[in-house]
Design a protein around this ligand. Structure first.
Ligand SMILES: C[S@@+](CC[C@H](N)C(=O)[O-])C[C@H]1O[C@@H](n2cnc3c(N)ncnc32)[C@H](O)[C@@H]1O
Length: 355
């Protein structure tokens, strides 16, 4: 398909593509900004929408800036380097609100301002590099072939130094996670500055209670910071290495369990009905039916849900809306220049102490 069309970009959707309309259909175009008029070439036609590639920007947004990375547009990592940072945050804020309205059925979501990243570039403390037949880099945009990368401007100087070392060794095919901080191969928040803001926010938000259950706790990122605020702290994660790290400096009131949250959470909630604050920081797939169900049947006094996927967050909030009220929704920019968004939601049971 080679149709050339002229479009006015009305918004930028979650994932990073601009949205315009042509012949009554939505058209998605990458690397554009709301308010711009562009010419685009249709590359794929679907029943309800079209996908197009950007040919030329005809009216330029005042928010357009020069991307700092020579691979931008080809690499699958960043989608927003052409947009000034404050406007990236404005777009992502709208994307969260819109996702929560559309999927989460939250009409008046109590949205708080975006917590920005102190660093717009050079913030990533880890990257995963792929190697295939001498090509050392990241996946290309919308492709499973690799793009050779010598330097990644969103990664920290330490990580880029490790990339240079790796390249010098002519590595075998495979995947290599390069980290700024030495340590166990476990999950760590990828942007130190935003991770610190995340901890501060959770600490400010957490309600007084006897027990804290830190679900999907990793090495106890939240539990460690909050342990002095509770009589007892329980962390649950199925990664044995992460639990071993959490156990290294335990205080007498901390307990870490290497297990599946599906089997561990229900009995702790049942035993401590009305006495526990629960933090859940699941991977992108969000919560399972079982977890949502147990939260509905034995609601904690407060639930703090940390999400890295607004879509699954919205699904989970819709499913739990009957029992939990959303007190606040705070997006955080853990990954500037990319489409990713982290969100912290505070929930409380609608009628405290009752089911
Ligand atoms: C987004 S990370 C959060 C880690 C931690 N809260 C932190 O901030 O460092 C998600 C964690 O969930 C764990 N996980 C995923 N599914 C799980 C399950 N079904 N049961 C227990 N842990 C799980 C992973 O091992 C990983 O450590």
């Amino acid at each position: 398909m080679t149709d050339l069309i002229e479009l006015e970009i009305q918004d930028v959707a979650f994932g990073g593509k601009g949205v315009g309309r042509s012949s009554g259909k939505a058209v998605f175009v990458p690397y554009v900004i709301d308010g711009e008029t562009v010419s685009a070439r249709v590359v794929r036609e679907h029943k309800k929408f079209l996908e197009a590639g950007l040919e030329a920007v005809l009216t330029t947004s005042p928010h357009r800036v020069e991307p700092r990375c020579p691979y931008f547009g080809r690499c699958g990592g960043c989608v927003y380097q052409h947009i000034e940072y404050a406007h990236q945050l404005a777009l992502k804020w709208r994307q969260v609100k819109e996702t929560l309205r559309r999927i989460g059925k939250l009409e008046n979501a109590p949205m708080r301002p975006f917590i920005p990243s102190p660093l717009e570039y050079g913030y990533r403390n880890r990257i995963t590099i792929h190697v295939d037949d001498g090509v050392i880099g990241f996946f290309r945009r919308e492709s499973n072939t690799l793009l050779d990368i010598e330097h990644c401007p969103i990664a920290s100087a330490e990580v880029n130094a490790r990339l240079a070392q790796l390249r010098a060794t002519h590595p075998h095919n495979g995947h290599y996670t390069l980290r700024a901080h030495d340590g166990a191969r476990i999950f760590v928040q990828a942007n130190d500055g935003v991770a610190a803001s995340m901890l501060d926010l959770v600490e400010r938000t957490v309600a007084p209670a006897d027990l804290l259950i830190d679900g999907y706790c990793g090495a106890g990122f939240f539990a460690k910071r909050l342990r002095s605020r509770f009589r007892k702290v329980i962390g649950i994660d199925w990664d044995q290495h992460a639990i071993a790290v959490a156990q290294r400096d335990v205080q007498p009131n901390e307990e870490y369990i290497a297990g599946n949250i599906e089997t561990e959470l229900p009995h702790f909630l049942l035993e401590n009905e009305g006495r526990a604050v629960v933090i859940l920081d699941p991977p992108a797939v969000g919560l399972t039916d079982t977890i949502r169900h147990v939260l509905l049947v034995y609601p904690p006094v407060q639930l703090i849900y940390i999400s890295c996927n607004p879509g699954t967050l919205a699904r989970d909030l819709a499913a739990m809306g009957r029992i939990f009220r959303c007190e606040s929704i705070t997006p955080l920019d853990m990954f500037p220049q990319t489409a990713e968004i982290e969100v912290i939601v505070e929930l409380t049971p609608r009628r405290s102490g009752t089911r």
